[in-house]
Design a binder for this molecule. Structure first.
Ligand code: COA
Length: 187
């Protein structure tokens, strides 16, 4: 998609990431996670969390999508990834988050961000990957469209409730990237 750049996040992106984070959580998770949690989220609070993460040289990497708008460049999507957090599934890499702002969804940005994350994982020596998504989130079909295999289910305690989650896995990121570059018009 023209007019959108996908790049590594910088410390000054924290506020933009937080804005997309809170907006997409409230839109995507209403009715799926407790309202009290969604109401309690704040852009300021999330910005502090992302600022800490971006300024630490931890194991988590972040990509952002920046769109051209009449008011100048605006952060419109992000994804974070790194080594698998818990060794319960036999994959080395994990996508921790992936969100595209409402007005920018359905324009190929999710595909570009996931492709960028997989490319970085292969570069970092992570040959395969998985992620967890709420089973009741219709966005999980995006991961099926991206070739992810359903790999596991679990129940996670979150904000005083139990959530059903599904894991999607990509057992061969190199193969995925080869076919991705053959078919992608926009990477
Ligand atoms: C899920 C999300 C990241 C996808 O990003 P996007 O930019 O909207 O998706 P894209 O435009 O790149 O779509 C790529 C392909 O996936 C398909 N797709 C996207 N969302 C889909 C869905 N919900 N169900 C089925 N297919 C979907 C598209 O049709 C497209 O297919 P095509 O390339 O064959 O035309 C984004 O919509 C989002 O952030 N949603 C809300 C928040 C959320 O729930 N995030 C996931 C948290 S784990």
């Amino acid at each position: 998609m023209s007019g959108v750049t996908v790049r590594e996040a910088r410390a000054e992106d924290a506020a933009g990431i937080a804005r997309v984070h809170v907006e997409t959580w409230r839109a995507a998770y209403a009715g799926l996670v407790p309202d009290t949690y969604l109401v309690g989220m704040s852009e300021q609070g999330q910005a502090l969390v992302w600022q800490r993460l971006l300024s630490s040289r931890g194991r988590e990497s972040v990509l952002v999508a920046e769109g051209a708008t009449p008011d100048g460049p605006q952060l419109v999507g992000f994804g974070s990834f790194g080594r698998a957090r818990r060794g319960t599934l036999p994959y080395k890499g994990e996508i921790y988050t992936l969100y595209v702002a409402g007005d920018w969804q359905g324009r190929g940005l999710g595909r570009r961000l996931i492709g960028g994350m997989f490319r970085a994982m292969v570069r970092d020596g992570l040959p395969d990957a998985f992620l967890w998504v709420l089973s009741s989130n219709p966005s999980r079909f995006f991961y099926e469209a991206m070739g992810g295999n359903r790999a596991a289910t679990r129940q996670e305690a979150f904000a005083g409730t139990l959530l059903d989650e599904t894991a999607y896995a990509w057992p061969d990121l190199g193969g995925w990237l080869a076919s991705y570059s053959r078919t992608s018009r926009s990477s």
